[in-house]
Design a protein. Structure first.
Length: 399
């Protein structure tokens, strides 16, 4: 047996594994690094986050990725060089975190790396019958493994597409294992660049659960404030939005996109929800002269309203507890609006379930890697479109 396979076999046989989950999201704020200690598999999985940090990206990193991010036309050489470079950069960030945490690379069983999504285009979005669902994450697993000196499992989304899904959201695979409950219906709401949710009915019926993207979480608000040129990356504590008024005509125009009438589960990204999308909505609603504060207040409400509708559609008349995560939970205006509307649902964060809300997506990829190593057959069924019962991730050895 090859020594790498033997080492993997030993990792799989342990009662507990140390897995580093890495997530680099659409906000391009930094690399989320979660060192998880994971016991068991499937519904018996237990996770303890031993260390977590977000390593902020340098301006250079952001500029290099933005050169291709969510763009239909790019320089192919830039895409090609970015793929290994992001892998190496993430590998160095892991090494740096381990040194700070005084953990040796040998103590880690595997790294689970999401990579950087640069383009996401499900068929329902590109609508070109010649092609199927597609998504592209850069940050090659071999380069990451060699740089960090740790076996790496990466590129989780391709198998999902190969087996009939849209490549996202993958949250359901982790949320179901970790958070489904027999005592309460749960909505796991993640407000990242794109907002998504997982519906976990207390029946715990694997055929009833699903994850879906909702629409923009922070991505339009971030893009808009960045366009103002004051050097702000996001509307911190909703300072700008709080000074403005919601424009109903703009809000109505923003809501007019075919994505919103698609059935669940569905996926989207900044390829659709970007500054051109906003400019089009402003043109159609004749609101080009709105102040920046009014536009921001409207974008904030747009995100909140989409979340409210998606939650109502998911749980119907059933009461449920909403467990929120992602950077949007730090946006006080958005969260206040959710709380005002959802008087019949409790709104908490995943902190109440012992998972740091900023770390949740990185933990998800650690869980997917754990399932790749020791999990059995996924409980989901191909019958439910969008949630194929597959094992995800590609394995790269360090030497
Ligand atoms: N104090 C705050 N006030 C307002 N917004 C905030 C605050 N802190 C974070 N955010 C928002 O959260 C964003 C980062 O969220 P997060 O890290 O969850 O996104 P992501 O993981 O990149 O996205 P995705 O889940 O779509 O991949 C920031 O860009 C900002 O919009
Ligand atoms: C293609 C892609 O990277 N999608 C991300 C993105 O960020 C949020 C939302 O859009 C979600 O669909 C997904 O990430 C999470 C981790 C998921 O797959 O569940």
């Amino acid at each position: 047996m090859h020594q790498h396979i033997e080492k993997l076999y030993q990792s799989a046989a342990k009662p507990r594994r140390k897995i580093i989950g890495l997530m680099s999201g659409t906000s391009l704020d930094g690399l989320d690094v979660a060192l998880c200690s994971i016991r068991g598999e499937g519904l018996a999985t237990e996770v303890n986050i031993e260390h977590f940090t977000t390593v902020p990206y340098t301006e250079e990193y952001q500029q290099r990725v933005r050169a291709v991010f969510a763009k239909r036309e790019v320089d192919l050489q830039t895409v090609t060089v970015l793929h290994p470079w992001i892998g190496i950069t993430h590998g160095n960030m892991v090494r740096h975190c381990l040194a700070q945490w005084q953990v040796l690379p040998e103590e880690i069983d595997v790294i689970a790396s999401h990579g950087q999504t640069v383009f996401h285009c499900p068929l329902r979005q590109h609508q070109d019958a010649r092609w199927g669902n597609a998504t592209l994450q850069l940050g090659d697993g071999d380069h990451l493994a060699v740089t960090a000196g740790i076996t790496t499992i990466s590129d989780f989304r391709q198998k999902h597409i190969a087996a009939g899904g849209e490549g996202a959201p993958l949250a359901v695979y982790g949320d179901y294992l970790l958070f489904s409950s027999i005592t309460e219906n749960r909505i796991m709401l993640n407000i990242g660049g794109i907002a998504n949710l997982t519906w976990l009915p207390k029946s715990r019926d694997a055929q009833a659960v699903f994850s879906t993207d909702i629409g923009p979480g922070n991505t339009l608000m971030d893009a808009f404030i960045q366009q103002q040129g004051q050097g702000q990356l996001y509307d911190k504590n909703a300072q700008l939005a709080l000074q403005g008024q919601v424009s109903q005509p703009l809000l109505v125009a923003l809501q007019q996109d075919p994505f919103f009438s698609l059935s669940f589960p569905k996926t989207t990204g900044p390829e659709v929800f970007n500054l051109s999308y906003l400019a089009n909505a402003q043109r159609r609603s004749n609101t080009q002269l709105l102040s920046a504060a009014d536009v921001m207040a409207t974008l904030n409400r747009f995100s909140a309203d989409n979340i409210i509708r998606a939650i109502e559609q998911s749980c119907g008349t059933e009461p449920c507890v909403i467990y929120a995560s992602g950077g949007g939970i730090h946006n006080p205006l958005l969260m206040a609006h959710l709380r005002t509307v959802f008087t019949r649902h409790d709104i908490k964060t995943t902190e109440a379930l012992a998972i740091n809300p900023d770390a949740k997506e990185a933990v998800l990829f650690a869980l997917l890697a754990n399932e790749c190593l020791v999990g059995g057959k996924q409980p989901f069924s191909n019958v439910r479109e969008g949630i194929p019962a597959v094992t995800m991730g590609k394995i790269s050895f360090a030497d």
